[in-house]
Ligand binder design. Structure first.
Ligand SMILES: [Zn+2]
Ligand SMILES: [Zn+2]
Length: 225
């Protein structure tokens, strides 16, 4: 019923310094690990897991993945890190109705999605990882601590759930969401040139039309007040 999220492995394979972006839905950990192995990726090369944000569909199987790569650090934006560490799951589930539904469906106890964060991101960092540089962009609105990761040389954007293909954007009715912040974040993402869009769900786009994110932001502007 809840869709799994995409995860991405970034970094040059030869670097042995790879990063996993997001984890996925609860119960999908084994599937994700198998997919990574099938792509010829050495699990030992994965040094960290960076969360675009901490919604259940992105962080649900984190503990399953961490069991396979216990050495990997967890990096989360500052605005979602504290609640994650304290077991405040309002952001994870987004709303009480979903919390109840997920806990019933997956047999989760309150506080089940609690984890230690190794590095708190703020936005503005240039992360040198795996022979690539990724800029961290804080893009709140879908959730408080949503981040985008942008790699200038190849014009790759990983926007989490803030913007998708086909002129879709993330929902803005969950805990910590804010429509006007989302509008600002979309405008921020419209600034850099993006060729490759790797969103949290649905299809990825390898040749993004020029001005795509700006056009998407403009289409949604009347709703984002
Ligand atoms: Zn989300
Ligand atoms: Zn999602």
């Amino acid at each position: 019923m809840i869709p799994d999220s995409h995860i991405y492995v970034v970094g040059k394979p030869s670097s042995q310094d790879l990063s996993l972006i997001d984890a996925g839905l609860i119960g999908k950990g084994e599937y994700k690990i198998q997919s990574i192995l099938q792509n010829g990726i050495d699990l030992e090369a994965i040094k960290r897991i960076i969360m675009t944000h901490t919604h259940f569909d992105h962080i649900g199987c984190l503990s399953e993945i961490q069991k396979q790569i216990p050495w990997a650090e967890l990096w989360v934006h500052d605005l979602e890190a504290a609640s994650l560490e304290e077991g405040d799951e309002r952001t994870v589930y987004g709303m009480e109705m979903l919390q109840g539904m997920c806990q019933t469906q997956y047999g989760l106890k309150p506080g089940a999605i609690t984890c230690k964060v190794d590095r708190k991101l703020r936005g503005g960092e240039s992360l040198e990882m795996g022979g690539m540089v990724w800029e961290v962009i804080h893009i709140p609105g879908h959730s408080m601590g949503s981040i985008g990761l942008y790699h200038l040389p190849k014009r790759i954007l990983i926007p989490g759930d803030v913007v998708y293909a086909d002129y879709a954007i993330g929902r803005f009715d969950l805990h910590g969401a804010d429509a006007s912040e989302l509008k600002k974040s979309l405008m921020r993402l419209a600034e850099p040139d993006v060729d490759i869009l790797l969103p949290g769900h649905n299809r990825i786009v390898e040749k993004l039309p020029t001005g795509y994110i700006l056009k998407t932001a403009k289409q949604w502007e009347p709703y984002l007040v």
